[in-house]
Design a protein around this ligand. Structure first.
Ligand SMILES: C[S@@+](CC[C@H](N)C(=O)[O-])C[C@H]1O[C@@H](n2cnc3c(N)ncnc32)[C@H](O)[C@@H]1O
Length: 318
């Protein structure tokens, strides 16, 4: 089965509506995955520039992308300005982000994302840098507990962290899943496996997903031309909150402050307008694709106001 056949694009019609593509426009797909969004955008006549940080997504999508005239680039969407500059593109009419793991990443045991299949404890989207095993075997118990609480909203994070430290070294997903189930108590007929939240938290931490999202939104603001459209699909409340607060702050509302980004001048003109109400999948999509159940789409239109970050602030990023 091809990669594209295994990943069903989420909220695709709603994303296309929000993007309102005119033939010949340049659109960025920041999260290529199996190429579902990129293909649909190209099908509407856009010139698509797509990024993915996962070398497998790039290798497996290359031939199809080429056939459809999609420019496919390996890299993080947080580096969108620099990557577009290298590709000779100054401004774009649309930026789309479909945040989270792809079905290919989740379904391949050897990538280490799933608690349902045994595999090495990796969870790295880019297949480089700190792995889940590196983190769990080296971090202090308190740091592990903080991550499980912050990114997994796991109420018994301290108990789980203690159990993880006692069981070190951990090398396999099945070992981690058993440690968590033993620590929290798990009956086979329980609706939700307690490992769900813990795996989510570790994945978000290892891949710096919330920082990537925050910087990706700033980058989108910088590269979108006036009238350009931003569409972001997220899969859990922590990510949705980041997008919601960003759009509220950038469209003249309150909030949007981030630990990771430079302060924005209070009186700066709104850089986005017409933030749309959050859209969630309807019953027909959920019946076809249960993985879409926690998806939320938010979108807005770029105004003509200058981007919030000065060149200095942008180049100071890690
Ligand atoms: C949910 S999938 C996207 C699926 C895609 N919309 C489709 O229709 O096939 C998310 C993809 O984004 C990639 N990704 C996640 N964070 C990224 C980042 N910060 N920069 C670039 N790619 C990222 C992942 O590697 C994964 O392949």
């Amino acid at each position: 089965m091809s990669a594209a056949a295994r990943h069903i694009p989420v909220l695709i019609d709603e994303v296309l509506d929000a993007l309102a593509i005119q033939p010949g426009e340049i659109h960025v797909d920041g999260t290529f995955g199996a190429g579902g969004y990129s293909s649909a955008m190209a099908g509407r006549g856009a010139r698509v520039i797509a990024f993915d940080r996962d070398p497998d997504a790039i290798a497996e999508g290359r031939a199809d992308a080429e056939a459809k005239g999609i420019t496919l680039i390996e890299g993080e969407f947080s580096r969108m300005e620099a990557l577009l500059e290298e590709a000779g593109v100054a401004g774009v009419s649309g930026v789309t982000l479909d945040i989270g793991v792809s079905s290919m990443q989740l379904d391949r045991a050897e990538r280490g994302f799933s608690f349902q299949a045994d595999g090495p404890l990796l969870m790295t989207m880019s297949q480089s840098g700190m792995s889940a095993a590196d983190f769990l075997n080296e971090a202090a118990e308190e740091e592990i507990a903080d991550i499980l609480y912050r990114y997994g909203e796991e109420p018994r994070s301290r108990r789980v962290a203690r159990a993880i430290v006692a069981a070190r070294p951990l090398e396999r997903t099945s070992e981690l899943a058993s440690v968590v189930r033993r620590a929290l108590g798990h009956k086979p007929h329980d609706k939700k496996d307690p490992a769900t939240r813990v795996f989510q938290a570790i994945r978000i931490h290892v891949n710096r997903e919330l920082e990537e999202l925050e910087r990706g939104l700033e980058a989108a603001e910088a590269v979108l031309e006036p009238g350009g459209r931003l569409a972001v699909v997220t899969f859990h409340s922590l990510e949705d909150r980041v997008v919601k607060q960003f759009l509220r702050a950038r469209s003249g509302g309150e909030g949007g402050g981030s630990r990771h980004l430079p302060e924005r001048k209070a009186a700066a003109a709104p850089t986005f307008e017409k933030p749309a109400k959050a859209i969630r999948p309807g019953p027909t999509e959920l019946a076809r694709n249960p993985r879409a159940r926690s998806a939320t789409l938010r979108s807005a239109v770029r105004s003509a106001a200058p981007s919030s970050l000065s060149t200095n602030a942008r180049s100071a990023r890690p």
